[in-house]
Design a protein around this ligand. Sequence first.
Ligand code: FES
Ligand SMILES: [Fe+2]
Length: 332
Amino acid sequence: MIPNQWYVVLESRQVKKQPVGVTRMGERLVFWRDGTGRVACLRDRCVHRGAQLSLGQVLASGRLQCPFHGFEYDPSGRVAVIPANGRGAPVAERYHVQHYPTYEAHGLIWIWWGEQPPEGLGPPRFFEDIDARFCYATLVDRWDTHYSRGIENQLDVAHLPFVHDDTIGRGGRTLVDGPGVEWLDADRFRVYVYNRVDDGRPPRKPSEVPIPSPSGFHLEFIFPNLWQNHLGEQARVVAAFAPVDDGHMVVYLRFYQKFITFPALGNLVARLAMPFNLRVLHQDRRVVVTQRPQRSALQMGEKLIQADRPIVEYRRRRQELLEAAQQRDLAK
Ligand code: FES
Ligand SMILES: [Fe+2]
């Protein structure tokens, strides 16, 4: 996992008032909503004697109370009350657990995972052209692999006629022109797909394929874990790859549409697309969970081909971010 990034880790509807414990980023975390409805996230282990805070309860004050001896945590991870010492007794600084800044938007929850966030940390990014006029439905699927493999699969244009030969890969377009890769900034790129039936002509190079209008079909990725299939102005598939640990991930996959925007009907139309999306996703999952090693890396001995260009671009930037985090660690 790349440190010092905003990661989508949950959907909003998973966090209600009472605490919920999940594993993300290789760690047990507890989420809850404080008195104002804001999502809080702490390491799910009491500083006192290690009990799971997610078994506790949220008090009227919005604090999370440990189920064992009743220590009360505020959203910053600080213990505000140690009941055995008396409610009015001051609590020393050392009574606190790791806290993760959170952000909620678009029905998703992000955490800032890494060191203390920098001064003036901005919110995480999303696809800004997906506005409130879109209706959507979500499916959640657990994959037994590292999240980097899940992401790479969504950037992989050569697998379509093989993995999805009876769904989105029909037509035998096995030859891959390009694909085109366009970086929008350091942490965001688009992929333009030019697959075709093999007629004997060699594939065009990535530099030879056009960069089309952004309103048309393309794939887009925002580091560290957000992807969209921009089907067109009216329809998108968005996937967030939440890291669970080194061998597991959860994908939140959404179909967005604005052909039909009457609220109830619009959501129903989006829901109707989900069985097909799940079928496609499971075609991917069947193969991707078999890849070894589970975690991808820039130098890992795979024998890549021209069509893997988007995957190489992903790995290159991922490596840069990992190295930058290591440098910061060394400098400490
Ligand atoms: S273990 Fe949490 S209060 Fe004792
Ligand atoms: Fe696929």
